[in-house]
Design a protein around this ligand. Sequence first.
Ligand code: NAD
Ligand code: USQ
Length: 403
Amino acid sequence: MKVFILGGDGFCGWPTSLHLSALGHDVVIVDNLSRRAIDLELEAGSLTPIAPMGTRLKAWREVSGRSIRFERLDVAENYHRLLTLIQDERPDAIVHFAEQRAAPYSMKSSAHKRYTVHNNLIATHNVLAAIVESGIDVHLTHLGTMGVYGYGTAGMKIPEGYLPIEVVTDDGDRVQQEILYPSNPGSIYHMTKTQDQLFFAYYAKNDEVRITDLHQGIVWGTNTPETLLDERLVNRFDYDGDYGTVLNRFLMQAAVGYPLTVHGTGGQTRAFIHIRDTVRCIQLAIEHPPEQGERVRILNQMTETHRVRELAQKVAGLTGAQVSFTANPRKEDAENDLHVRNDLFLDLGLEPTTLDDGLLSEVTDVAKRYAHRADLEKIPCTSTWTRKQAAGVPEPTGDPAPA
Ligand code: NAD
Ligand code: USQ
């Protein structure tokens, strides 16, 4: 299969590109390297020393004998180059990772909100419009987020995208339908993903574009079998207060002796998936496309749920790290339960990598190995969700730490 990986220089996109190339697919990476530019803006970088794209691709050729091509273009700005690339290359599948993905970054200022909305929505719409204008039957797989659902339900498991409902007509008849699960985003970033869903529903209905939307949980871990083949292939590891996600941050903090930064009570429950399972899920998704005319296929791409304070306790138990309960810079529920269906990937053969598989120690080894590169000043989360929080007044939901 010929596959475009939009955002193929990023944390999920790079190991996915290598995995698909290793399987024999013809991979073309499309990326504007904006994530590397944001590293410069934030004066923060990957804990692991990621190589420039040219070095990465040369290393891959050397270790695998396979070539991946790279097109540097901005999916949100360079519509005609994107269209021409699709027309010339005629890909079978496009995997779309090319969005600004950090919730704290999206909340830093109105400029960051506007950038995130513009970049993510225009990028997604450009891909859809270009597929239709090309006239080529391309299967689009998009990386969405569990955060489109919000993180709470009335005790039920969150279904895969669609909620069965029953309505009563004026005649008293009971009619059953399935609707897109109601969106409840918790940041500007998450909001862009909820809006992406409407683009997908529309283009699947109107133009019969084949679309898979993967609602992914928080990705943890660093390396996959392919990125471990050569130091120059190492994946990025974000630990700073904007881009670092909670479990990888805790692992890195434990490695450098920094008390684990639990927000509020740590009662937030979230969904998780290891990066090795991410790349396998993408493979399964592109191997099982929907039919033309089918509604958007939505899968929950997560393998387990955990409460933040329990993750901290688990990491502390493994490493002896201290746990620090800090004021929550976000406006989010202090405590929530989360139950999620993920039958579709399990039915396709996914065998989840769990936290208990000993991989925590693998990540701790990565974190320890590169601990000397850490800038501890970049660890605190300084991006606040509201003006009140910015002025130092906690939101009622940002519970104070337990005694
Ligand atoms: P990342 O920031 O590491 O990678 C995104 C890549 O896209 C970067 O290389 C960036 O340069 C590129 N990009 C951004 N805007 C672009 C544009 N307009 N044109 C071309 N390239 C552009 O993020 P990631 O962690 O790899 O996440 C990838 C996708 O997966 C995102 O859409 C994110 O929302 C989703 N996701 C990530 C996680 C996670 O925990 N990392 C969890 C759920 C969903
Ligand atoms: N948190 C802490 N301490 C920290 C960092 C975070 O307690 O040091 C808490 C946050 O307050 C939040 C939870 O941990 O309650 C998760 O935060 P996160 O930064 O790990 O994850 P999030 O902001 O939700 O975003 C990440 C990815 C995003 C993806 C999303 C999937 O950056 O791209 O869409 O996970 S999900 O969370 O399922 O919506």
